[in-house]
Design a protein. Structure first.
Lengths: 230, 368
C-alpha cells in the first residue's frame, strides 16, 4: 500500500525543491515589499496599488495567472523570446518557469504576515537602533528579524505550504514533465485520471497529513509569539 | 569631560503637513540642558526629529558645530550622527537583556570615541542590580533609566530627550528626576529636552526655547524665562521663582541655610536633600506663597523674610483678571523672586517699581 513508484519519488523531489526554492526567494523578495507597505513613506495611493497587486494571486483563478505567464515566458512571449535571442531557452515547461510562477503565486502569503509583523513593530525600534549606531543591514538582523521572528516563521511556512498545493498555474505553464515540472498535485490528478485510485490515494493522504502538520506548527508558533495573526 | 562646541547647533527648516507648518531658524548653544517647551502639537517633536535626521524636509539646514548634518545634498543619517535618543514610551529591545540593551550602542561605538563605560553609567543611573534582567521585567521608571543609560553609552555628542518622563506616574517621575538632573553636569553632554511640563523645565533646564504653532518664539536662559510675568512657563500653573544657590549643612534646628547672606533662606531638609553641605541646589517658590511687607515684621511665624526691591508690577498670569498682581522683586543677590498679591494690597502698601520691601516666603520646595 505504501510503496511509492519512481515517478512518485521524482514528483516528491520536484515538489520539495520547488517549495524550498520558492520559500527562500520569497523571503528575500517579500521582506522589503512588506516593510515598505507597513512602514514606508510612499504616498497612500501608490501603496494601495502595490498592496492590491501583491494580493492579486489570492483572487485570480490560478489558470489566469498561468495563462499570462505562459504567454510571457513562452517562446513567443517578450521574456521567452528575449531569452532565446540570447541563446538561452524560453521558460515554458521548465522548472525555472514554474519556480517563477510559484514565487508570484505565493507572494501574498509571504508578504501579508510580514507586513502585519512589521506594522506591529513600527518604526520606533529601528529609529532607536539607528541612534545607537546600527546601519540598515545591522538593524535588519539585530532588531527587525528577532522582533518579527513569528512573522517570518508564518510567512515561510505559508509560502512553503501554498506552493505544495499549487495546481492550476503549473498545469498551464509547466505541464507534467517527470523530474522537471511534474509536481505531486499534478501527479495525483494524472493517477486519478488513469483510474489508479490506489496511487492517487497514497499521495493524497500523504499530502493531507503533511499539510495538517505544517499548519498545526504554524498556529502553535503563532500563539506563542502572539504578534502575528493570520 | 566637557566638550563645549562654541558655535552651537544651527537649524533652519520649513515643513508643511496638513494643518501644520513648522518654520524654524535658530542656533541652540551646545552646552547644558536646553528645554524645548510648548503645547502638544506645536512642533517640538518634529524639530527634534529633524535634528536627529529622522525627518529630512528638503532644503533644511542642520549644522552641529562645524559638522554639517544636513545641507543641500549632504545628509548624514542618524546612525552616523552620534546622537543619543530617548522617547517617552519604552523602547527597550525586548529580545535583549538589560545589559544587552545597554551595550547595543556601546559595541557599535568606535573604541577611541568611548568616553562613558558600562560600570559608571549603571552606577550613575542606579541600574547596576538590573543588568541581568530581561527588558520586560522592569518597571516604567527602570526602563526609562536603562533607555537613558543605553543612549549615554554611545558617548553621544548630543542627547535628545523627547518627553522622557511623560508616560510615568508622579511618583516615578520624582524617582527619575534626580538622575536626569545629574546627567548633563556629570557627563558634559549637551542635551535637548522636549517637554510641556513647566516643572521639568524649572528643574532640569539651563535655558528654554519656547515653541508655538510651529515657530520657535524665543530662546532664553531659564533665569530670564522665569523673570517675566508673561512667561509661557506660568500660563497653566501660575508664576514661580527658581532660586539657585548653595545649600549648607543643617543647623541645630535641622534647618539648612541656602543662598548668600544678603538673601539667606533657612529651609527644612527634604528626603532628596541629605548631607548636602556646599551643594548647589535649586529652590522652587510658588508666587502665591510669597507676601510683601514694607518693614520686616517681628511677630510672624514665617522664617524666611528676604529684603527685596520691587522691579515691576504686572497682571498675574492665569485667569484672575485685574484683581491679582504679580510683583517681580529683585533680591539683593540679584535673583528674581515673584510674589502674587491682590491689587488691593499693592494699592494699600503703595507698591511701585523701586519700592524697597520685604518678601515673606511661606514655603519652599527643593528641586534637587
Amino acid at each position: 500500500m505504501f510503496e511509492l513508484s519512481p515517478t512518485d519519488w521524482m514528483a516528491i523531489e520536484v515538489t520539495l525543491k520547488l517549495a524550498i526554492y520558492t520559500t527562500l526567494i520569497l523571503l528575500v523578495i517579500a521582506t522589503p515589499i512588506a516593510w515598505w507597505l507597513a512602514n514606508g513613506r510612499a504616498p497612500g495611493g501608490l501603496r494601495t496599488a502595490v498592496q492590491a497587486l501583491v494580493a492579486l494571486p489570492l483572487v485570480l483563478p490560478p489558470t489566469v495567472l498561468g495563462f499570462y505567464l505562459l504567454v510571457l515566458l513562452g517562446p513567443a512571449g517578450p521574456v521567452g523570446s528575449t531569452l532565446e535571442n540570447l541563446g538561452l531557452n524560453h521558460l515554458a515547461f521548465t522548472f525555472q518557469g514554474i519556480l517563477i510562477a510559484s514565487v508570484i503565486y505565493s507572494l501574498p502569503f509571504a508578504v501579508q504576515p510580514l507586513q502585519q509583523a512589521f506594522a506591529n513593530l513600527g518604526r520606533r525600534p529601528t529609529e532607536i537602533a539607528g541612534s545607537l549606531g546600527a546601519g540598515r543591514m545591522d538593524r535588519f538582523f539585530t532588531v527587525i528579524l528577532p522582533m518579527s521572528r513569528g512573522g517570518f516563521i508564518v510567512a515561510a511556512t505559508l509560502a512553503f505550504a501554498h506552493t505544495l498545493g499549487e495546481f492550476g498555474v503549473i498545469l498551464m505553464l509547466g505541464g507534467a514533465i517527470p523530474g522537471e515540472t511534474q509536481v505531486l498535485s499534478i501527479l495525483i490528478y494524472d493517477h486519478a485520471e488513469a483510474m489508479d485510485f490506489t496511487s492517487a490515494h497514497r499521495l493524497s493522504l500523504g499530502l493531507l497529513i503533511f499539510a495538517f502538520v505544517v499548519l498545526f506548527v504554524v498556529y502553535a508558533i503563532n500563539r506563542r509569539f502572539d504578534t502575528v495573526r493570520l | 569631560m566637557s566638550q563645549a562646541v562654541s558655535n552651537g547647533l544651527r537649524i533652519q527648516a520649513r515643513l508643511e503637513r496638513s494643518g501644520f507648518a513648522l518654520d524654524v531658524d535658530t542656533t541652540i548653544p551646545l552646552e547644558g540642558v536646553t528645554a524645548l517647551f510648548g503645547r502638544s502639537g506645536c512642533g517640538k517633536t518634529t524639530l527634534l526629529r529633524i535634528i536627529a535626521g529622522l525627518e529630512h524636509p528638503p532644503g533644511a539646514e542642520v549644522h552641529f558645530g562645524d559638522t554639517t548634518w544636513q545641507s543641500g545634498k549632504t545628509f548624514v543619517p542618524l546612525h552616523r550622527r552620534r546622537v543619543g535618543l530617548v522617547f517617552q514610551e519604552s523602547t527597550l529591545l525586548p529580545h535583549l537583556s538589560v545589559r544587552g540593551n545597554l551595550l547595543y550602542g556601546y559595541k557599535r561605538t568606535p573604541e577611541p570615541l568611548r568616553r562613558l563605560h558600562l560600570d559608571e553609567v549603571a552606577d550613575l543611573l542606579g541600574i547596576t542590580e538590573l543588568l541581568d534582567r530581561r527588558a520586560d521585567q522592569l518597571s516604567g521608571g527602570q526602563r526609562q533609566r536603562v533607555a537613558l543609560g543605553r543612549a549615554l553609552l554611545i558617548s553621544p555628542d548630543l542627547l535628545l530627550l523627547d518627553e522622557p518622563l511623560n508616560a510615568l506616574d508622579t511618583q516615578t517621575k520624582r524617582e527619575i528626576m534626580p538622575f536626569l538632573a545629574r546627567l548633563s553636569d556629570r557627563t558634559g553632554i549637551p542635551t535637548l529636552l522636549v517637554t510641556h511640563a513647566p516643572e521639568e523645565v524649572e528643574r532640569l533646564a539651563h535655558r528654554v526655547a519656547f515653541m508655538h504653532d510651529g515657530q520657535l518664539e524665543r530662546l532664553e536662559p531659564l533665569r530670564e524665562a522665569l523673570a517675566r510675568a508673561d512667561s509661557p512657563l506660568f500660563r497653566e500653573e501660575g508664576a514661580v521663582s527658581v532660586l539657585q544657590g548653595e545649600l549648607g549643612p543643617p543647623d541645630e534646628h535641622g534647618l539648612h541655610p541656602f543662598g548668600p547672606p544678603e538673601a539667606r533662606y533657612r529651609v527644612p531638609s527634604t528626603p532628596g536633600a541629605t548631607n548636602g553641605a556646599g551643594r548647589p541646589a535649586r529652590l522652587r517658590i510658588d508666587a502665591r506663597d510669597v507676601s510683601i511687607a514694607l518693614s520686616p515684621p517681628q511677630d510672624v511665624s514665617i522664617l524666611n523674610i528676604i529684603p527685596v526691591t520691587i522691579e515691576a508690577l504686572d497682571e498675574a498670569p492665569g485667569h484672575h483678571g485685574p484683581a491679582r498682581v504679580l510683583a517681580v522683586c529683585r533680591q539683593h543677590d540679584g535673583q528674581t523672586l515673584m510674589a502674587e498679591l491682590t491689587r488691593l494690597s499693592t494699592e494699600r502698601l503703595g507698591l511701585k517699581p523701586g519700592t524697597r520691601a520685604h518678601a515673606l516666603v511661606k514655603s519652599v520646595a527643593f528641586l534637587d
